[in-house]
Design a protein around this ligand. Structure first.
Ligand code: G4P
Length: 530
């Protein structure tokens, strides 16, 4: 494979994710995007929403019971000769750690807002992760077909709460609930939509030049024009460099359910969102796109195929060309890893991958030795990408095997869940250094998944004793551990990577400790609350 091909292939890729609060319309938007790109022919094909055609069904009983999608999948399709990798994120807040890892594997993010609700807390928390990693963010205001808030007010909120300068790319003609079409802020034309039944197919569009738009849309057009100009004049003109530097966010409006405003989003992604860029290794050196193959694992998932229990490690290609059958090295172990079975996932359907380039996501099947954060490389010179710092957990529980005679299986299974990033596993000196793990999670549903998998998949049911800690800090100096452990409602939990977390029942215990020992050094964690 000549280097030029790798650079060419990388340049024609766009790898992005959609982040949003549950119910803002992420699944609907994902389908609308795939529909526009003609990757599917009918909405409902990917996520199998109730009432729409379900091609692929949920794989876990828990998911079915809850009616939520716990897992991430990658949708890959072409649009205007560009290869799009849309990395899906779990919708539920409890899985924001998973979303956080996905964000580390993409080149840009679409932040999806519900027109009636604006920026919700979960979206803001996920946005913080994009900011920490300098990922460019595009804002899509959804559900404009329903009554909602004022467009300018939404943009003000975006600026005030994220610090991103909103750049109007399209502006709604008509207020929320009376959506006529969108104004293209760059050339003043208006795209009007002709409704399709139930949003099952791409919306039919009619483009009006500014004169025709002014004549036919009258006041709605003038208001849209004035508002968009007002925002542009206040510093929100289209400045791509500021978008790429993650200082400004292009804003588009639409209704994903009716497939309106979605083509403009897709066109912007193709025209202006960043293609894969060189990724820095642990030493801070950027790994050139045409260097030998390298990738990092951002997700490990078990049991995607209910027919036979398998395990897929999803890795983002960072450099070079990947060819199926290649033997690569896992930097963490120094061991070779044969890539005979590699897949691409489309919803829950998968196809074999023969070749992949920077920006692509490959699913390595039966990769039981791979863990989240591992780097894979080809060639003689090893590379290691920085491990992702773990998200701040908010729930803690002591785990014990329900059947003590199966302790060995229990520990093996816990190690598996940890490797997949389902839960964080910690030790506490207070509870004896030996075997008793304390599980930590961002949200309680992660515990439910762990309990479910222990019972059904590993045949090693466990019990959880929940610990009432709500405040978490990183203990900077391990020598100060006894100060925290001496507290009645606080303790130190040690993470596998050596990080020591000081956990407290409430802010009061934290304040008391700080008053008694003002020199104690405690840091906040990524995504931390409390
Ligand atoms: P999520 O993945 O972010 O959780 O959201 P999802 O796409 O499931 O959408 C949540 C609800 O919002 C769905 O309604 C969906 O139809 C609706 N929705 C999404 N986009 C739009 C839009 O542009 N306009 C309007 N009016 N509604 C939208 P539901 O009743 O919960 O489910 P369903 O039966 O319609 O699938």
């Amino acid at each position: 494979m000549v280097a030029r091909d790798v650079l060419y292939e990388a340049a024609r890729r766009r790898t992005f994710a959609v982040i949003s609060h549950p119910d803002a319309g992420k699944s609907t938007l994902t389908e609308a995007i795939a529909l526009h790109a003609k990757a599917i022919t009918e909405a409902g094909a990917v996520h199998g929403k109730p009432g729409r055609r379900a091609v692929v069904s949920d794989w876990m009983r828990l998911e079915q019971a809850r009616g939520i999608s716990v897992t991430s999948a990658v949708l890959t399709f072409s649009y205007r000769d560009i290869l799009i990798n849309l990395v899906d994120t779990p919708g539920h807040a409890d899985f924001s750690e998973d979303t956080y890892r996905v964000v580390s594997a993409v080149d840009s993010v679409v932040m999806l807002l519900d027109a009636a609700k604006g920026l919700e807390s979960q979206t803001l928390r996920l946005f913080d992760v994009c900011r920490a990693q300098g990922i460019p963010v595009i804002t899509f205001v959804n559900k404009w077909d329903r009554p909602g808030r004022d467009a300018l007010e939404l943009c003000d909120e975006l600026a005030a709460r994220t610090g991103l300068q909103p750049m109007p790319l399209t502006w709604p003609v008509g207020p929320a609930g009376d959506f006529h079409g969108v104004l293209d802020c760059r050339d003043g034309t208006v795209v009007r939509y002709l409704r399709t039944v139930g949003g099952a197919a791409a919306a039919r569009e009619e483009r009006l030049d500014p004169t025709a738009a002014a004549a036919q849309e009258g006041a709605a057009w003038s208001v849209a024009r004035e508002e968009a100009d007002l925002l542009a004049d206040s510093g929100g003109g289209i400045g791509l460099e500021r978008f790429l530097a993650a200082e400004a966010s292009p804003v588009l409006f639409g209704a994903a359910l009716l497939n309106q405003g979605v083509r403009q989003l897709l066109d912007f992604l193709v025209d202006s969102a960043p293609a894969p860029r060189p990724r820095a290794d642990v030493t801070g050196q950027p790994r050139h796109l045409d260097a030998p193959f390298s990738a990092f694992v951002f997700k490990v998932q078990t049991g995607m195929n209910p027919a036979h229990r398998d395990q897929v490690a999803f890795a983002r290609v960072c450099s070079g060309a990947f060819e199926r059958g290649m033997v690569v090295t896992n930097t963490a172990t120094g061991r070779p890893f044969a890539t005979k079975y590699v897949q691409q996932a489309f919803g829950r359907q998968r196809s074999t991958v023969d070749v992949a380039y920077p920006g692509d996501v490959i699913g390595l099947v039966n990769a039981t030795v791979l863990r989240v954060g591992d780097t894979l490389f080809a060639g003689a010179v090893p590379v290691r990408f920085p491990r992702l710092p773990s998200f701040a957990p908010a729930c803690f529980a002591v785990a014990r095997p329900a059947d003590i005679s199966r302790a060995k299986q229990f520990h093996r299974a816990i190690a598996r869940l940890r490797a997949e990033g389902i839960v964080q596993v910690m030790r506490s000196q207070r509870r004896g250094q030996g075997g008793i793990p304390v599980l930590a999670a961002v949200g309680p549903m992660q515990f439910e998944v762990a309990l479910h998998r222990m019972e059904w998949e590993f045949a090693s049911p466990m019990t959880l004793e929940h610990l009432a800690y709500t405040v978490v800090r990183r203990l900077v100096d391990p020598g100060q551990r006894p100060l925290v452990d001496a507290g009645w409602r606080s303790e130190v939990l040690e993470r596998e990577d050596g990080t020591e977390l000081a956990v407290f029942a409430s802010q009061i215990e934290l304040a008391v400790l700080q008053r008694l020992h003002p020199h104690i050094e405690l840091d906040h964690l990524v995504g931390g609350v409390g």
